[in-house]
Write a protein that binds this ligand. Structure first.
Ligand code: INI
Length: 156
C-alpha cells in the first residue's frame, strides 16, 4: 500500500514551548522542570523559545495553560505538577478536574497540551517519578511535547 503516513520527529529546533509548573510540592516539581528543560535542550530547543510560568498549585494549571493557549505563541504546552494523596480526598478531586481541563484546553485550542502532572499515592511514588527509579515524568512530558509539535507542523 502506498499510503501517506505522518509521524512527529524528536527534533525541537525552532519549536516554541510553554511550560506551566506548580510551586506546590516544589521539591518534586523543580525536578520535573529540570528534566523537561534538559530534554528540550538535548533535542535542540533554543532557550529563548521556552517560556516557564509558575502557578501556586495543580488546580491553577488549567487557567494558566488556557491563557498561554489563547496567545497562540507556542507549538506545544506542558503541565508540570505533583499531586500527592494526603489524609483527605482533596488530591483526588484536583487530579480528576485538572486532567479533564487539560484535555479540553488542548481540544479547544488545537495546541497539544501534555499532562506532566504526577499523581502519587504517597511520597515514595512521587520520588520514583521525579528523577529516580521510574525516571523523570517531566523529561517524558517534554519528549511527548516535541513529538506532538513536530507532528502538527506536518499535518495538513
Ligand atoms: N496542589 C498541588 O499541586 N499538589 C497537591 O498535592 C495539592 N494538595 O494535595 O493539596 C495541591 N493543592 C493546592 C491546589 O492545587 C491549589 O493551589 C489550592 O487549592 C488553591 O486553589
Amino acid at each position: 500500500m502506498n499510503c501517506k503516513e505522518y509521524s512527529g520527529q524528536l527534533n525541537a529546533k525552532g519549536l516554541k514551548f510553554g511550560i506551566v509548573v506548580s510551586r506546590f510540592n516544589d521539591l518534586f516539581t523543580g525536578q520535573l522542570l529540570k528534566g523537561a528543560l534538559d530534554c528540550l535542550a538535548r533535542h535542540g530547543a533554543n532557550e529563548k523559545d521556552i517560556e516557564v510560568v509558575w502557578v501556586p498549585g495543580a488546580y491553577e494549571q488549567p487557567i494558566a495553560l488556557k491563557k498561554l493557549a489563547q496567545a497562540g505563541k507556542h507549538n506545544s504546552l506542558i503541565a508540570l505538577g505533583a499531586v500527592i494523596q494526603g489524609a483527605t480526598s482533596h488530591a483526588g478531586l484536583i487530579n480528576a478536574q485538572v486532567a479533564r481541563a487539560l484535555t479540553q484546553i488542548s481540544l479547544d485550542s488545537g495546541i497539544p497540551v501534555v499532562d506532566g502532572i504526577v499523581a502519587a499515592e504517597n511520597l515514595d511514588q512521587a520520588i520514583e517519578r521525579c528523577g529516580s527509579k521510574s525516571g523523570n515524568r517531566g523529561w517524558n512530558a517534554a519528549q511527548t511535547a516535541i513529538e506532538m509539535a513536530s507532528l502538527f507542523q506536518q499535518l495538513p
